[in-house]
Design a protein around this ligand. Sequence first.
Ligand code: T6T
Length: 329
Amino acid sequence: MERRSVLKSAVAMAAVAAVGAGTTSASAQEKYSIALIPGLTTDAFYITMRKGAQAAADALGAELIFQGGPEFNPVVQVPVIDAIIARKPSALLIAPTDVTQLVEPLRKAHDAGIPVITVDTFIGTGKYQTGAGDADFPLSYIASDNILGGKMAARALANAIGGEGKVYVSNVKPGVSTTDQREEGFKTAMAEEFPKITVLETQFNENDANKAASQLQAVFARNSDLKGVFGANLFSALGAGNGVQQAGQTGTIKVVAFDAPTSIVENIKSGLVDVAIAQHPATIGYYGVVSAFAHLTGQAIPVAIGTGFTVIDKNNVDNPDVAKFIYSD
Ligand code: T6T
């Protein structure tokens, strides 16, 4: 089935469920409020996720509350969760900024009777509703397959550098499920499939593109034969690319980027970035709201929903079917 019709039927199913649940009727249907807490508010990835979530909320007649912090940081995110719990939404969608530090803050929402679904990132192991561990209480995890995405990045970078030489991962910080898994997938694919590639020590930038740019230059200063870098999220890739440019190495040190902000178009066309792996954040937001709504109206929902990727390079960047996956900002 075509993607649009899959989404349409998901909404239709949820809407039918709402009427069929018996607690609602077409004339007196409860207006559900669904909160979405992003990793940070100013990131094009989450801005795009919000658009998808809003589209689903509009289709279902639900209210979307979007509230987050200015930094990708548990210390900033926890007070946002507390503020949301105080507003008593019907359900909470959240991209938790740490696998362990968000467990107890989110349990408070769960204990207050607010169903929790995590989008993009997970808590604990990300395996929910299993009865194992203390972080299995969220109902569902809706996200990209980040291990696969890391493997795809490794293959793209290996191809760009001709299968040999030194590369490294520019990453955010340990404890973020998505970027940890991308690094894991990248290293696994490199070890298993590309024995002539050496993966140098990962550089952690705390989601700061300026830091990622300085780190690129420092790694290059220590390794004049550096062949490539994998930027494991939007800011890591943006910064690593800027570092390559500042070092005068555009096209020589190859860059594979995770995520696709609007600047990626120019960076691919100029040859600064070889390949970008775009996630589908609008789809994540859309399915997040549809899943919350389905649960609220009495339906069982999948414990995990995987969304796709679009791989962008200079051969397809102008194709409208590809360009539609560039993030909004
Ligand atoms: O890569 C996305 C997201 O998937 C990750 O969890 C955090 O970083 C981004 O938001 C991009 O900045």
